[in-house]
Design a protein around this ligand. Structure first.
Ligand code: PLP
Length: 464
């Protein structure tokens, strides 16, 4: 197969790919979604599977009726589909269904905080989403692996820190791919280093699993990934499910993250006998629709092929970069010309605030992008060249429009024609910034007024 997104038939797999949206002049155009890193649209196959399953929908693990048995079986089979997708060990690992990556990492931090080992340091990195930073802060000593000038993770600094903490590092907790720069981290190299110094590794797979092949590798290899977390809504499956994978043994002796029905074997007034993991970590009625959606999405992604998806998205990325770089006053915040990335591009059109450009792109061309700090504040500060003090000061300045960036992120169903529309409108904006600024600043000030009267407490879009 040629990786040519010009005639991308895979678009037919997506619901709403041809949906029209209104522009500021009332005309309608086909919407362009360049915000796939936030949430992807829905696959037809996912809704088809949901519809086919709907007549069988019933309580999971809670009923003796036939439908309940069908629902429970499908839910359990979902774990196997997930394990095959990322090559997790079916004997030693468990798949815990959560509501998203954020919950998965919060759960893991809670579980690991109960272990009585001497290792109390978590090595996170300076490029993490808040979901893979904050859950560690209140339970462990956290240190952050450095990034270089381009924002890439410093493997040298990782090893320095592993040596400096001399066996006290419990976990290296790293994103598989950055939601800001798209940089892919060498997770297996990082795993080998972590294991060399007796630490384990968690990969935040929110931006990795939907875009390329992920292989957790065998337990007895140094490159093995100990824990993996990801979200269904970023891989074409809505209904609010997520995944945490890790060794069953780690969940045996600990108290569960959530307590309640489904997590228990026996409760007396004085005693609780917990269920076996994974059930022990899934208190409350399980989200069967979320699991049906996720497994359907995985099957479709597998049939397209994860390598094909990676290559298609990379072709879109290269095409976009090669044209964006000629737009006057464009500033990139990643190095698009070196190293591995998924298709995420952070940039600004100098002279147009990051809160305003998305309004223009939407109002003039029906293009959806994201802006702000993308829930990845320390990393964005660094990429923008701000110190912590600068950031705090700007935050305190009432009338300051807070700094930030604009982000485009592609899915395998996007095509070159959409990128052409995006480049074209940006060239037009760049030529007459005054006009677009005055037109859309009014929209922005209305938004600000709405915020001030209480609809939102943020002055500007912090991207979270
Ligand atoms: N990690 C990364 C790298 C992300 O990009 C995101 C969301 O954008 C998350 C974690 C959190 O994902 P969720 O909101 O699905 O929990």
């Amino acid at each position: 197969m040629r990786y040519d997104p010009t005639n991308n038939n895979l678009r037919n797999l997506i619901i709403g790919a041809e949906q029209k949206v209104p522009l500021s002049d009332g005309k309608e155009v086909t919407a362009i979604n360049f915000d796939n890193a936030a949430t992807t649209p829905i696959l037809y196959s996912v809704l088809k599977e949901i519809n086919q399953f709907a007549p069988w929908y019933s309580s999971v693990h809670r009923g003796a009726g036939y439908k309940s048995k069908v629902s429970s079986d499908i839910y359990e089979q979902g774990r196997e589909v997930v394990q095959s997708f990322v090559n997790s060990d079916k004997e030693k690992d468990i798949v815990i269904f959560t509501k998203n990556t954020t919950e998965s990492i919060n759960m893991l931090s809670f579980i690991l905080s109960q272990q009585k080992y001497h290792q109390k340091v978590i090595l996170s990195t300076s490029m993490e989403h808040a979901a893979n930073d904050l859950p560690w802060r209140d339970k462990f000593k956290v240190d952050y692996v450095e990034i270089d000038k381009q924002g890439r993770l410093s493997i040298e600094d990782l090893e320095d820190k592993l040596i400096r903490y001399r066996g006290s590092v419990k976990l290296v907790s790293v994103t598989g791919a950055s939601n800001v720069t798209g940089y892919l981290n060498p997770i297996h190299k990082i795993a080998a280093l972590a294991h060399k110094y007796d630490a384990k590794i968690l990969v935040d797979g929110a931006q990795l699993v939907p875009h390329t092949t992920v292989d957790m590798k065998a337990f007895d290899t140094v490159e093995h990934i100990d824990y993996l977390a990801f979200s269904s809504h970023k891989m074409y499956a809505p209904f609010g499910s997520g995944v945490l994978i890790g060794p069953k043994d780690d969940f045996m002796e600990t108290n569960p993250f959530l307590q309640g029905g489904g997590a228990i074997r026996l409760v007396t007034p004085g005693r609780v006998q917990w269920d076996e993991p994974a059930g022990k970590e899934e208190a409350g009625t399980p989200n069967i629709m979320g699991v049906v959606a996720l497994t359907a999405a995985i099957k479709t992604l597998q049939s397209v092929g994860m390598d094909t998806i990676y290559k298609l998205e990379k072709a879109l990325y290269d095409y976009a970069i090669s044209h964006m770089k000629n737009i006057p006053d464009i500033k990139f915040y990643s190095d698009p010309f070196k190293g591995d990335t998924i298709s995420v591009i952070p940039f600004n059109l100098l002279g147009i605030h990051h809160d305003i450009l998305p309004l223009i792109l939407s109002g003039e061309a029906g293009i959806a992008v994201r802006n702000g700090f993308f829930c990845t504040h320390p990393y964005c500060e660094r990429l923008l060249g701000l110190s912590e003090n600068d950031t705090l000061q700007k935050y305190e300045e009432d009338d300051a429009l807070f700094p930030g960036m604009v982000r485009v992120s592609f899915g395998f169903y996007n095509n070159y024609k959409e990128i052409d529309r995006f480049i074209n409108i940006q060239n037009i904006i760049a030529e007459d910034k005054e006009y677009y600024l005055s037109k859309y600043s009014k929209v922005l000030s209305l938004t600000q007024i709405n915020k001030e009267v209480g609809r939102c407490t943020n002055r500007t879009n912090f991207g979270c």
